[in-house]
Design a protein around this ligand. Structure first.
Ligand SMILES: CC(C)(COP(=O)(O)OP(=O)(O)OC[C@H]1O[C@@H](n2cnc3c(N)ncnc32)[C@H](O)[C@@H]1OP(=O)(O)O)[C@@H](O)C(=O)NCCC(=O)NCCS
Length: 194
């Protein structure tokens, strides 16, 4: 099995993260290259500020742009990076993020789930997304969440396997709303151990 750890992003990780963005990869599945360029600009302007906002419990980061261009305020979030061990090519492998509403409120409808993840194409199918989700769930619990919702596209079977391997149960098929072109989504829930 390939090994991976979640790391809190630090200065020592930034060069590899930037290199992945420059290769055209982005953690934003919907806004892709545009989102990658925006992040590269933020890193170039102030790398320390970019890293500081990887833990953003007060939602101080920039507002969020949805696929139709709508801009919404950010919710509290934290981001961790997947770091592969040496066997088979180590280093930056992907990101996983947790977002939540303040004071136990439900997520606003435009926030599609508590957790999002993306693995760089050259590190896929090594179990990293499955391991990363398992490692993130205790952090969600530590934020006081009793369960998390994760949404996927109906045809994203890889992501669905990541969720079900971590105890996720399908809740519903839903309409993502106007900002997402009314695309259909699947909503899963994972109950967290107290
Ligand atoms: C979805 C994604 C995160 C999976 O990452 P990964 O590290 O390759 O996933 P894993 O190696 O943990 O694989 C999980 C399962 O999906 C399967 N899988 C992975 N890629 C697959 C593919 N392209 N087609 C079919 N099954 C696939 C694996 O075989 C594994 O199944 P198993 O548990 O039955 O063995 C990755 O493909 C990705 O970044 N995709 C683009 C972004 C994205 O879709 N993010 C999720 C949004 S909800």
């Amino acid at each position: 099995m390939h090994g991976m750890q979640l790391v809190r992003p630090g200065p020592q990780h930034l060069a590899e993260y930037t290199a992945a963005l420059e290769r055209g990869w982005s953690a934003d599945n919907l806004r892709g290259a545009v989102a990658a360029r925006e992040e590269l600009e933020r890193i170039a302007a102030d790398p320390a500020a970019f890293l500081a906002l990887m833990d953003d419990p007060e939602a101080l980061g920039p507002p969020v742009t949805l696929p139709d261009g709508t801009v919404k305020p950010r919710v509290p979030s934290l981001r961790r990076w997947m770091w592969a061990d040496g066997a088979g090519g180590g280093g930056f492998a992907g990101t996983i993020g947790l977002r939540w509403a303040k004071a136990g409120a439900p997520l606003p409808p435009h926030v599609l789930g508590h957790i999002g993840y993306a693995v760089v194409p050259w590190q896929r199918r090594r179990g990293f997304a499955t391991q990363a989700l398992a490692a993130l769930l205790p952090l969600a619990r530590a934020q006081g969440l009793a369960s998390v919702e994760i949404t996927t596209d109906p045809d994203n079977t890889a992501s669905q396997r990541v969720i079900t391997a971590n105890g996720g149960v399908l809740v519903e098929r839903f309409d993502k709303g106007a900002a997402y072109g009314h695309a259909p989504g699947l909503r899963f829930r994972i109950e967290l151990q107290p």
